[in-house]
Every structure is written in C-alpha cells, then in structure tokens.
Ligand binder design. Structure first.
Ligand code: ADP
Length: 248
C-alpha cells in the first residue's frame, strides 16, 4: 500500500433535508492513493456524502478538506472538480455515436483549463495520454469503434477512462459493477485496484463479493454516520454491522 497521509477529510459533517438528518456527524478520512469502499443499507447517506464532497450538496455544519490546503466548502462545484475530484455516476453516459477515441478526446475538453486551447492540444502528449488510458481500461483494440457497440461493462470502463484523462487525484465511483458479468467484474476489480496508488479511489458498492475483492479498508455508513470501519472481515464480524444488515 502506498500511503501519503490524508487527501480527503470530512469532520463532523451534518446535513438535514426537511428536518431529517441524512448525514449526522460524519467523520471520514481518505488517504492519498487509497482505495476505499463505502457500504451501507439504502438511505444510509452514501449518495449524500458523495454530493457533499463534490459540492453538489452543502452541509449544515462541519468541514470538508481536500489535501492540506483546500477547504471544499468555500469552493464552487466546478472549482472542486478542477482540483482533480472526478465522479462516476452509476449509469454510463458515453457518447454512443462517437468512437472510443473521440470520447476520450472530448473528455479533455471538459477541463476548463484546457478548453481555450483545445485545437492546439492534440499534440503528441495528449495522444499519448489517450493511448495510456486506452491501455488502462483495456479498450485499445476498440479505439476506433463507436462507443454504442460496447458492452455495458466496456461503457463503464470508457467512462472511467474519460475521468482519467484529466489525471484526477480522487475518483468517486458509484456502484461500478451493477449489471456487469462476472468476467467484467473481475476486470473492473483489476482496473480500480490498479488505479489506486496513482490516485485515491472511493467506491460505493452493494456487491459484497466485489467489495471483498478490492477493498483494504471498508467504511460502513448507517443513518448518516460511520457505523464501522476496517478490513472486510472486521466489519463483516462487527455485531453492529450484522444487526443493521440482518435487521433489528
Ligand atoms: P444512500 O445513497 O446510502 O442510499 P442517500 O444519501 O441517497 O442514501 O439518502 C440518505 C437519506 O436522505 C435518505 O433517507 C433520503 O431519502 C434522504 N435524502 C437524500 N437526498 C434528499 C433530498 N434532496 N431531499 C430530501 N431527502 C433526501
């Protein structure tokens, strides 16, 4: 494990919707280069937590830090993204009529630091980055095919690749293996574990087999706060976790 201290730090974060505490004194630290899985029953606050990190939802209280310098609560959603926080939603949203290569090319343009010089950026450096990402996501052989012909799993990898184009420091990934075949799940495990170390990856996932296959540390959310944290075996044997998952 490559660990370089915390990259993301949530302290005493709470948010209510119409008086209902969706996030309740949440404390979470993600280390640089770490791959963390977040699990928890429906309504535990996983989506809201991701929304808070990306600036989509603002907490009522608490603080959210990225690296040692960036108070995310003081930044807009696009500015948070520009710091290198990428989010992958559950459903793939690739441009089906464009080729795999063109999708990756386009992904660079969403970085507003690059947009003004887009016509100039198709330099060797960027083509190299596309080739690198194609290799990472295992789609080199399909680079000139329309994204519409890809399997569900391949579309998910392409979308992860689109996020990787901008070399994010932190990737937030929502249920990456939902709807995937066993083989696609194995390939996704390799992809995500391979990415960790280069960047931090936070994965929200329901599939426990998959979580077990990738996670070193698992955080269990329940009623908006951390119920348990540790290795998969530690949390799976935690009486509180068993109670929550099997019902009270
Ligand atoms: P999870 O992703 O773990 O299933 P969520 O973060 O989606 O949990 O939801 C946590 C709780 O907050 C749920 O009870 C949900 O109904 C509620 N909630 C989330 N977003 C809103 C919102 N915008 N308005 C009202 N309630 C919300």
């Amino acid at each position: 494990d490559v660990r370089h201290g915390p990259i993301l730090y949530l302290e005493d974060v709470s948010v209510s919707f119409d008086g209902f505490k969706a996030i309740n004194n949440l404390n979470l630290t993600i280390d640089d280069g770490e791959l963390r899985c977040i699990i928890g029953p429906n309504g535990a606050g996983k989506t809201t937590m991701m929304d808070i990190i990306t600036g989509k939802t603002r907490p009522d209280t608490g603080s959210v830090w990225f690296g040692s310098r960036h108070n995310l609560l003081a930044l807009s959603e696009p500015d948070i993204a520009s710091l290198g926080i990428g989010r992958k939603f559950q459903k793939p949203t690739v441009f089906e009529a464009l080729t795999v290569f063109e999708n990756l090319e386009l992904a660079m343009a969403t970085d507003k630091r690059i947009l003004p010089t887009l016509t100039a950026v198709m330099t060797a450096e960027y083509r190299e980055r596309i080739d690198e990402v194609l290799a990472l996501i295992g789609l080199t052989g399909l680079r000139d095919r329309p994204a519409g012909i890809l399997s569900h799993g391949q579309k998910q990898w392409l979308e992860i690749g689109m996020l990787l184009m901008q070399k994010p420091r932190l990737l937030l990934v929502d249920e990456p293996v939902a709807g995937m075949t066993e083989q696609e799940m194995e390939r996704t495990a390799e992809l995500l574990t391979g990415l960790a170390g280069q960047q931090s990856v936070v994965v929200v996932e329901h599939d426990m087999g998959f979580v077990r296959s990738i996670a070193r540390t698992v955080t269990v959310l329940h009623q908006g706060s951390v119920l348990a944290e540790g290795s998969m075996d530690e949390v799976a044997n935690d009486p509180d976790v068993i109670r929550v998952y099997l019902g009270e």
